[in-house]
Write a protein that binds this ligand. Structure first.
Ligand SMILES: Cc1cc2nc3c(=O)[nH]c(=O)nc-3n(C[C@H](O)[C@H](O)[C@H](O)COP(=O)(O)O)c2cc1C
Length: 148
C-alpha cells in the first residue's frame, strides 16, 4: 500500500451555540467513520469554535479522494493543506476518525505541547499537530471510545 498521512486545517462555519455545534460534529464524525472504514482511512479531528484540524491516513488515492470531498464541504472554509507525506505506519490505526470537544484532560495535553488558550493552526506545523493529536487519541483510548 502507498501509505500517506495528510494534515490540513480549515475555518469552522458551524452554528456557534455549543449544542448545535456538538450535534453537527456528531453528524460529521458519524459519516466520516462510516466512509473511512469502507476505505481503510484512519485519522483524528481536532476542533473548537473556530477551527478544524484533521489528519487523514491511508492509501494515497483514498486519502486524496477523501480530502477532496471534505474540502468541498460547505460546513467549513479556507481549507488549507499543510502536508501530505509517505509514512511507514499509521499513527491512528485504531481510529476510523477520532475526535472530541475540548475538555479539561484535553486542555492538559495542549498545555503540555505549549499551546495555551485558543488553538491557532496557522502557527502550527504538521509534525506538531500529529504529536498533539496522538496524545489526545491516547487519552480516550482507541476504537472502543471514539469520543463526541
Ligand atoms: C471537518 C470535516 C471533517 C470531515 N471528515 C471526513 C472524513 O474523515 N471522512 C469522510 O468521508 N467525510 C468527512 N467529512 C464529511 C464530508 O465532507 C462529506 O460530507 C461526506 O463524506 C459525505 O460526502 P458525499 O455527500 O459526497 O457522499 C468531513 C466534513 C467536515 C466538515
Amino acid at each position: 500500500m502507498d501509505l500517506v498521512q495528510l494534515v490540513y486545517y480549515s475555518r469552522n462555519l458551524l452554528a456557534d451555540d455549543d449544542k448545535g455545534q456538538l450535534k453537527l460534529l456528531r453528524e460529521i464524525l458519524s459519516i466520516a467513520r462510516q466512509k473511512n472504514v469502507e476505505r481503510d482511512v484512519t485519522g483524528y479531528l481536532i476542533f473548537d469554535k473556530h477551527w478544524f484540524i484533521q489528519i487523514l491516513e491511508g492509501d494515497r488515492a483514498h486519502v486524496r479522494a477523501t480530502y477532496e470531498r471534505i474540502a468541498r464541504d460547505p460546513r467549513h472554509t479556507q481549507v488549507t493543506l499543510l502536508d501530505t507525506k509517505p509514512v511507514r505506519q499509521r499513527t491512528f490505526s485504531q481510529w476510523s476518525m477520532g475526535g472530541a470537544m475540548r475538555n479539561l484532560d484535553q486542555q492538559e495535553v495542549f498545555l503540555a505541547h505549549g499551546i495555551a488558550g485558543q488553538i491557532d493552526p496557522t502557527k502550527l506545523n504538521a509534525a506538531k499537530i500529529v504529536a498533539v493529536a496522538s496524545d489526545l487519541a491516547a487519552l480516550s483510548g482507541g476504537r472502543a471510545s471514539q469520543a463526541a
